[in-house]
Design a binder for this molecule. Structure first.
Ligand SMILES: Nc1ncnc2c1ncn2[C@@H]1O[C@H](COP(=O)(O)OP(=O)(O)OP(=O)(O)O)[C@@H](O)[C@H]1O
Ligand SMILES: [Mg+2]
Length: 244
């Protein structure tokens, strides 16, 4: 089924070069955005864009954690600045391609976690035909807290009842220990991946899978950035997450 409404998470692995601090992968970002524009123009689907931290947020947090036990107010500000820099690149790419995008930094709508956010500005823009963009961010409520882009994506998919939730990364989907694509993942299969743990399964990807299970969308997929259009078009690409 083609997506009539979708939350698309552009992974930091896709839109940045994770091995190099504060480096945008413009080719990959622009290609991802063009696919989204093409689908949006053809379908007029309702789309919310979320992006991750990549070599911006993750790098900044990592640097802070090496010297401090907690994220203080100034460190929160540094993370926010670095993520806003990346977000402006996503916004610029979107506008250049013709997408009517609007930016909603999570620190302007969230208090301390994704369950405590005012999503009304995003929903309002979505209902008025814009494509809202939000992203993984830091907030300060006495101490700095990280708001995950994956969590935001799941939460927004449930709030707007999107039929699709697409996580786009730099790999073709979830890979098994031999590096082969797993076409479908059910809740009870999850443990097998953790236990096999041969293909350098990081906490990152396991967390992503576990979070994805919490979405009520019918079509939840982890796909390559090259397959975003195909995933939106209802094709069986990447790894399908079956949360029911
Ligand atoms: N079994 C696996 N299958 C697929 N990817 C895996 C696996 N194990 C580790 N990975 C790594 O997980 C990465 C994707 O998760 P990660 O959280 O790093 O990216 P992201 O969500 O795109 O980035 P960000 O968190 O910045 O948004 C891939 O780049 C891949 O290298
Ligand atoms: Mg991640």
């Amino acid at each position: 089924m083609k997506c009539k409404s979708a939350v698309i998470k552009l992974g930091g692995s896709l839109i940045t070069d994770k091995s190099s601090p504060r480096t945008i992968n413009w080719d990959s970002l622009n290609d991802s955005i063009l696919q989204i524009y093409k689908y949006y123009k053809e379908s007029n689907a309702k789309i919310v864009l979320v992006h991750g931290g990549g070599s911006f947020g993750h790098y900044e947090v990592d640097k802070i954690r090496k010297t401090k036990n907690v994220i203080d107010s100034f460190s929160t500000s540094l993370i926010q600045e670095s993520m806003l820099t990346l977000a402006l690149a996503v916004l610029k790419s979107s506008i250049n391609s013709g997408i009517p995008a609007s930016l909603h930094p999570a620190h302007t709508i969230c208090k301390s976690n994704v369950k405590d956010c005012n999503y009304y500005p995003i929903i309002n823009d979505l209902n008025n035909g814009l494509i809202p963009i939000t992203y993984g961010d830091a907030v300060f409520d006495g101490e700095g807290k990280i708001i995950s882009g994956d969590d935001l994506s799941v939460q927004i998919s449930n709030i707007i009842n999107s039929d699709c939730l697409i996580f786009a990364t730099d790999v073709e989907g979830i890979l098994d220990e031999k590096g082969n694509l797993i076409r479908e993942l059910r809740r009870d299969q999850n443990i097998n991946i953790i236990n096999r743990n041969v293909f350098d399964v990081t906490g990152g990807i396991i967390n992503k899978i576990n979070k994805a299970f919490n979405s009520k969308s019918n079509n939840i997929r982890i796909v390559s950035g090259k397959e975003i259009y195909n995933a939106l078009n209802g094709e069986d690409v990447g790894t399908k997450i079956i949360s029911l």
